[in-house]
Design a protein around this ligand. Structure first.
Ligand SMILES: C[S@@+](CC[C@H](N)C(=O)[O-])C[C@H]1O[C@@H](n2cnc3c(N)ncnc32)[C@H](O)[C@@H]1O
Length: 364
């Protein structure tokens, strides 16, 4: 198995003392309380108030400033002391923000993940056991009866949709500037953006290169959202849509023209390995020796920091329970297996784009 140096260090040897390990075990057992208390410390503004106070605040001051009851503030503060997001000075009884509290409050990735977990995953996670046993997104039924979350995306409640898109875009948006350099290094005239979603990448492409023409392949209902979002923007006339469900093996990629680049960003993680092989085999059919398939994924084994790998392996659980029941955040080995089975090979790998994306450049 390939592991980046940070993961090799962490995943191959036991580093914890017995008390540390016991504490972690309890942290897991109390995970739902840890999550909800911490989320509410942010939502009620308590962490904000602590950050903004130089000497820290007493419980009574927090009660006054938040209008919560003394009981509520006491429960949250005591829980947060154990969680490690706040500190207390026993001489003055003043509370202040700890380092972890500071990250919880200000780290954009942590906030996006927390909102995603609360709005999209939390309630459905109760059915993870069923999802793992049946290979179906059992937690999705909490929102509707679609076979996968993608069919339901445009109909999810507004807050859930916001947290879903914030999560999705947080990762891909940060990588787009470096990805443009990689992709346009091949001077494509035509680009097929498979799973192009709201058209964010396509818009960046047409703005980056005044001649390139982009075709977005996605589910028909998703293309409607894309058209609304791109309408009237400069360059949008060079973006077209091709609606198709790629889960149907009878559906072929468009052959109206030669596509210099086939682009798949955060797309293949929406499918099982067998489905990926089917999609890539169909992609290979419209490729020739000059075409390149660029796959941008957050591969967990290539992460520079272990915390990033944690976010990815946990995201796999969302795929199991909510998204589709059979896909995940893959590692290099799994992705390469699928690429080879589709008759393609990896020509180049670009690592550490944005928050940890890699681009696998594949050829026929
Ligand atoms: C996780 S989003 C990735 C969006 C975008 N490429 C990015 O990098 O942010 C996956 C996209 O694949 C599309 N998709 C999922 N299942 C699909 C299917 N069966 N056929 C076609 N598109 C699908 C979804 O509608 C969604 O737009």
């Amino acid at each position: 198995m390939h592991l980046s140096p940070a993961l090799e260090e962490r995943y191959t040897q036991e580093k914890m003392s017995a008390p540390e390990a016991q504490r972690l075990a309890q942290f897991i057992a109390w995970g739902p309380m840890v999550f909800q208390v911490s989320r509410l410390m942010v939502k009620f503004g308590i962490l904000d108030l602590l950050r903004d106070s130089n000497e820290g605040l007493t419980r009574a001051e927090l009660v006054e400033k938040t209008s919560l009851s003394d009981y509520a503030v006491k429960v949250l503060l005591e829980g947060s002391l154990s969680i490690g997001t706040v500190l207390v000075n026993p001489q003055t009884d003043r509370y202040s923000l700890s380092k972890a509290g500071w990250f919880l409050l200000t780290d954009a990735s942590t906030r996006v993940n927390m909102n995603f977990n609360q709005d999209v995953n939390y309630e459905g996670l109760f059915r993870l056991e069923e999802a793992l046993k049946e290979g179906k997104p059992a937690g999705l039924s909490h929102f509707g009866s679609w076979p996968t979350v993608y069919e339901g995306l445009s109909q999810l409640p507004a807050q859930v949709q916001k947290s879903w898109f914030d999560f999705d875009h947080f990762y891909s948006d940060a990588s787009f500037p470096s990805a443009l350099q990689v992709v346009f290094g091949y001077h494509p005239r035509t680009l097929l953006d498979v799973g192009g979603n709201t058209g964010k990448w396509a818009m960046q492409c047409v703005n980056f290169d005044p001649k390139v023409e982009v075709t977005i392949v996605d589910l028909p209902q998703q293309l409607e959202m894309m058209r609304k979002q791109t309408q009237g923007k400069p360059g949008a006339d060079r973006i077209s849509g091709y609606g198709m469900n790629l889960l149907d093996p009878a559906n072929a990629f468009p052959t109206d023209r030669h596509y210099d680049i086939l682009w798949m960003s955060q797309f293949l993680d929406c499918f099982s390995m067998d489905e990926i092989i089917s999609i890539l085999s169909r992609a290979a059919r419209i490729m020739d020796g000059e075409s390149r398939l660029c796959i941008m994924e957050t591969l967990w084994d290539r992460q520079k920091y272990e915390t990033s790998a944690l976010c990815l392996t946990m995201t796999s659980v969302y795929f199991t329970d909510i998204a589709n029941g059979n896909s995940k955040m893959y590692n290099t080995e799994d992705m390469e297996t699928c690429i080879k089975a589709a008759g393609l090979h990896i020509d180049e790998i670009h690592d550490h784009l944005g928050h940890g994306h890699s681009i696998l450049v594949c050829k026929k």
